[in-house]
Design a protein around this ligand. Structure first.
Ligand code: NAG
Ligand code: NAG
Ligand code: NAG
Ligand code: NAG
Ligand code: NAG
Length: 631
């Protein structure tokens, strides 16, 4: 009798449970009808320590196989800069590669999907044929957050086109010294401009609904991606702009200049935050528990996941990896949830397991990390649709996105000089109809140079590295068919003397670079840029167009020029440059940074007591946009 009652009760309970959970889902965490909180709770109580630590591990695609995903319960995979399934891989090849790894994850006991991330920092820039948008410094010059939000939306689609749901963007660094090799990744030296540009998060992830709980991650479905505000915090404030170095500043400076954009990013639902390699007053940010756990998580209420930078734990010590056990302990206890290991995953997992088993790291810290990781994965809808498909493949490099990039280029150009002396007639806009014009300079016809670092390769490239329009090609297609266009990278005196040019367009700049390779104490134009300027402008009426990631030394050559334009790193759509040079659109861009006279003034930012710029923050001449009825 008793046993029959028990059996009845058992069946009754089972029926009730089935009614609640909707029968087809054997486990509550798999049921999309359950609230996220319940799904996380259900899943976490099923997970072993190994499964939890696996979730905290992000590895590079080059070391990832389906078997490794399965054996180590790996939670995330990334493409480092330039890490692609094959040169010029198609969207389909990307999707296949990612799905193959995902199937490894799905074949585990609990089938927790991995999340794939990539540095899509100016479009889906590792991918051949993707639209390459201007780097952030140029977007800062537009002062147009609505445009930047649309760029975020286009980037999300191009990232999803390749089956990827996570972009390590935006960089919300406030670059305070252009000698920093990542200054082009910063929208401005002015934190208010950087704050406004965090609207890109709304484009990447979607608009947060009114009733969205503050601090929680948000992604609006399969056409959007997880974003990442980086690098927390003070990355743009290091001494002499040395990459990954020490930001020496008092708390007022840190909280007044470098922190504000994180408040905006969190308010806009940013799902992840990446930690900076840099130190604050001598303490490595990757170990800074007060700022990561105390400020970011507790005070600002960030509920998404905190990720390390590439080998960020190794670089806690000097030399990197000198005491990895200590690094793992310090980083995880500081509050880092997911670690971009990214290669020696067995050592990371071994050390973290050891540290938890011997109570150097508490189980509650691990649970906090895993809860946050799962929260992002649920917000993304990854459990309900873990495999990518080709439905968005046609978004990659599509015409509308290229038109948007072209619009961004137009709005990013800053006109610094127009007319040899201030009372001379302006040279710009240039006439489309002229007997013969000269286009010169190393950067006039070089797709790699105009895209800059983080394009196809980590440090960028030279020549026809991806699809797009060079500035020379754009000029050719803009001028009157009767105008003869002569191109010479570095013309000699004979060429200049013999051709009777109406005017010249000289396009020079910096060669591409990324991170530490871009640190420069001299900020000079790449040779033979200065020679080209002096030789051409000394012989022909000229406009100089600078293709650089930051202000560079220009004062010595300024008087010889008739006009000067800062084009930053415009990306694949060079047509935007020609649109404005020839007056199809007016110049509207304004300097997102102070233009120094000489490097010995640096650091020098608006508001500094010794402020004596060549061109101040916010400077930018305008030209009339043509009135349609005049045409
Ligand atoms: C790149 O785009 C061009 C032009 O749309 C197309 O012909 C080519 O197949 C694309 N290549 C890849 C690898 O997607
Ligand atoms: C900053 O750079 C200097 C010079 O390269 C180096 O000696 C120092 O260790 C660096 N500091 C940090 C915190 O990386
Ligand atoms: C590693 O760091 C820990 C904690 O600071 C220290 O106790 C240990 O001696 C270090 N080990 C080595 C090999 O330096
Ligand atoms: C910790 O990391 C070090 C350095 O990679 C490695 O030699 C060691 O075997 C790891 N420890 C464990 C327990 O995995
Ligand atoms: C300026 O610095 C860069 C980077 O450190 C270096 O490659 C270049 O040779 C320097 N240029 C001059 C003219 O000193």
């Amino acid at each position: 009798m008793a046993s029959r009652e028990m059996a009845f009760l058992g069946i009754h309970l089972l029926l009730c449970w089935a009614a609640v959970s909707g029968a087809e889902y054997a486990m509550a965490y798999k049921d999309p009808n359950q609230p996220v909180k319940s799904r996380i709770r259900d899943l976490m109580q099923r997970m072993t320590l190994a499964e939890k630590i696996g979730q905290m591990t992000q590895i590079e695609r080059k070391v990832a196989t389906p078997q490794i995903m399965k054996d180590f319960f790996i939670g995330s995979v990334l493409s480092g800069g330039g890490s692609v399934p094959a040169p010029r891989a198609s969207a389909g090849a990307w999707v296949d590669m990612i799905n193959e790894l995902q199937r490894g994850s799905l074949s585990t006991r609990l089938g927790i999907p991995m999340i794939y991330g990539i540095d899509a920092i100016h479009g889906n820039n590792n991918v051949y044929n993707a639209t390459i948008f201007p780097h952030n410094v140029g977007l800062g010059a537009t002062r147009d957050p609505e445009l930047v939000k649309r760029i975020g939306a286009a980037t999300a689609l191009e990232v999803r086109a390749t089956g990827i749901p996570y972009a390590f963007a935006p960089c919300i660094a406030v670059c305070r010294d252009p000698r920093w090799g990542r200054c082009f990744e910063s929208y401005s030296e002015d934190h208010r401009i950087v704050q406004a540009m965090t609207d890109i998060i709304l484009g990447l992830q979607g608009d947060v609904p009114e009733n969205h709980a503050k601090g929680f991650p948000y992604v609006a479905g399969g056409r959007k991606v997880v974003a990442c505000a980086k690098h927390f915090v003070g990355d743009g404030g290091t001494q002499k702009g040395i990459n990954e170095n020490d930001t020496i500043i008092d708390p007022n400076g840190l909280f007044g200049i470098h922190m504000p954009a994180y408040l905006d990013a969190i308010a806009k639902g940013v799902s992840t935050v990446m930690i900076s390699y840099s130190s604050w007053n001598g303490v490595k940010m990757h170990t800074n528990r007060d700022l990561i756990t105390g400020v970011l998580k507790n005070k600002l209420g960030f509920k998404g996941l905190v990720i390390s930078d590439w080998e960020g734990l190794d670089r806690i010590t000097s030399p990197p990896g000198a005491n990895y056990t200590y690094s793992v302990e310090a980083g995880i206890n500081a509050g880092i949830d997911m670690v971009m290991v990214p290669k020696r995953y067995a050592e990371f997992i071994g050390n973290l397991t050891f540290l938890v088993k011997h109570k150097f790291i508490s189980m509650s810290r691990i649970d906090d990390a895993v809860r946050r990781i799962l929260r992002v994965k649920f917000a993304l809808g990854l459990f309900d649709k873990p495999l990518a498909d080709l439905s968005l493949a046609d978004q990659l490099g599509k015409k509308e996105h290229r038109e948007l990039a072209r619009e961004a280029v137009r709005k990013s150009l800053v006109l610094l000089k127009n007319g040899k002396n201030s009372d001379d007639v302006p040279l710009l806009p240039l006439p489309k109809k002229a007997p013969r014009i000269l286009v010169a300079g190393s950067h006039a016809h070089n797709m790699g140079y105009q895209c800059g670092g983080w394009t196809i390769e980590w440090y960028g490239g030279s020549g026809r590295i991806t699809a797009g329009t060079t500035i020379l090609e754009a000029i050719r297609s803009t001028v009157d068919p009767a105008t003869e266009v002569v191109f010479s990278e570095n013309p000699d005196a004979d060429l200049l003397r013999d051709h009777d040019f109406s005017y010249a367009i000289v396009v020079v700049g910096e060669h591409p670079y990324a991170e530490t390779f871009g640190d420069s104490l001299n900020l000079t134009l790449a040779a033979p840029g200065p020679t080209t300027i002096q030789r051409v402008c000394g012989a022909v009426k000229c406009v100089v167009v600078l293709v650089t990631g930051r202000p560079v030394v220009i004062e010595p050559y300024l008087t010889v020029m008739d006009a000067l334009v800062a084009a930053w790193l415009p990306g694949s759509e060079g047509q935007g440059v020609a649109d404005v040079l020839f007056g199809d659109s007016g110049f509207t861009g304004r300097l997102p940074r102070t233009w120094f006279r000489s490097v010995d003034q640096l650091p020098m930012n608006a508001g500094d007591p010794h402020y004596d710029p060549l061109f101040p923050l916010g400077f930018g001449l305008t030209t009339e946009e043509p009135c349609i009825s005049d045409v």
